[in-house]
Design a binder for this molecule. Structure first.
Ligand SMILES: Cc1cc2nc3c(=O)[nH]c(=O)nc-3n(C[C@H](O)[C@H](O)[C@H](O)COP(=O)(O)O)c2cc1C
Length: 358
């Protein structure tokens, strides 16, 4: 335990120890008895190996009791933790060594809270102009996801947005090596490929449309790899944000994000793991998740005789694009229209098993 307490000076909360002058002496009564002390004075804390000359409070206990108390696994037990001096000072110990609970401090060239995040927090919306549609379907512009994003894009085009479409399947997209070179001095990824170039351009867009099928209850592998690689635009330091440890980003502004997704099955819960995952990615990447267009049994759209039945759904998807640009959200009734299957599960099974050819 003595060695563990050597790192305690790092946990000093500078705000809490202004004008504090205390020496906490510890006497650990394990098989081998050990003493040490933490001396707080003049805004700094020093570890003293052995008994200090003087102390303001002395704690005599076994290591396991002290760890259980510190980590709040156990209430303070007078019989097991013996205090000499003012025991109120023990309560203050946790405050003095609470680290940086308020967080949000960042270095000069990184951002804890980006402009897009501030906008959403304050209920403001700036009409996006530059939009990137990132399509994760390996079927590129031939699949069901393409039908959905093309409809949505019509809404963006009508709103005079400048729209780029990137198919992940077209990228030279190397996998992250986990080397952390991008967090070192060069701040650049070791891979000089299309994915690196794309990620470095993310911040130049106002809105990112993530269009993707659900694969194995989540993101298709190549698209997941793109998000693995985004670590390169974060800074390594930890900050406390939304009561979570997060990294600051290297850009003052990141795009808002809308998820467009398709599944083969009928039930909306098939989207849940993907939605939760994408929302978490957004929080970590400072992308602001502003809406979703989720369409089940999307293969139906590819059956020519059935597609006309989806006229209202396709119109609703285009309208969702218009609404996002104008108001930064998709009205509930539009979302419901997009998500509600036209057929019952029994009918869907019958159509699929007799009509779909591979
Ligand atoms: C490898 C693979 C995994 C899939 N996993 C799921 C799944 O977990 N749940 C689901 O509902 N559909 C799943 N599907 C179906 C696709 O999500 C669905 O067909 C989607 O609309 C395909 O989009 P695309 O035509 O744009 O590629 C999977 C398809 C493939 C090829």
């Amino acid at each position: 335990m003595k060695d563990v307490l050597k790192v305690w000076p790092l946990l000093l909360n500078k705000k809490e120890i202004k004008d504090v002058k205390e020496t906490y002496c510890f006497n650990f009564t394990d098989s081998k008895e050990e003493s040490c002390a933490l001396e707080i004075n003049n805004g700094i804390c020093q570890f003293i190996d052995g008994k200090p000359k003087e102390f303001t409070i002395k704690v005599t206990t076994e290591t396991k009791e002290w760890i259980a108390y510190l980590s709040k696994q156990k209430e303070f037990d007078e019989g097991k933790i013996i205090i000499e001096g003012d025991d109120k000072k023990l309560e203050k110990f946790q405050r003095y060594f609470s680290g940086q609970p308020e967080g949000h401090q960042t270095t000069n060239d990184s951002y804890a809270l980006t402009e897009n995040e501030k906008e959403i927090l304050e209920g403001r919306w700036t009409r996006p102009k530059k939009v990137l549609i990132l399509n994760g379907s390996p079927r590129k512009d031939k699949g069901a996801t393409a039908i959905i994003y093309s409809q949505f894009k019509q809404g963006l085009d009508e709103s005079n947005c400048e729209v780029d479409v990137v198919h992940v399947a077209d990228l030279e997209n190397k996998t992250c090596k986990g080397c952390f070179t991008c967090w070192g001095k060069t701040k650049t990824c070791v891979h000089k490929d299309d994915t690196n170039e794309l990620i470095l351009k993310f911040h130049t867009y106002d809105l990112l449309i993530l269009a993707t099928p659900v694969y194995a209850d989540g993101l298709p592998g190549a698209l997941k790899n793109v998000f693995d690689r985004t670590i390169t635009i974060l800074d390594p330091e930890f900050l406390n944000k939304d009561d979570h440890c997060r990294h600051p980003t290297r850009y003052p502004r990141m795009p808002h994000l809308v998820l467009l997704s398709t599944i083969g099955f009928t039930e909306m819960d098939n989207f849940h793991p993907m939605v939760e995952h994408v929302q978490k990615i957004c929080k970590n990447m400072h992308l602001t998740y502003v809406g979703e267009v989720l369409h089940p049994t999307a293969w139906m759209l590819s059956i020519p005789s059935i597609r006309p039945l989806y006229k209202n759904t396709l119109e609703a998807i285009k309208q969702a694009g218009i609404e996002i640009i104008q108001n930064g959200k998709i009205p509930k009734e539009i979302q419901k229209q997009i998500e509600t299957p036209i057929f019952t599960r029994g009918q869907i099974l019958a159509i699929y098993n007799s009509a779909v050819e591979f």
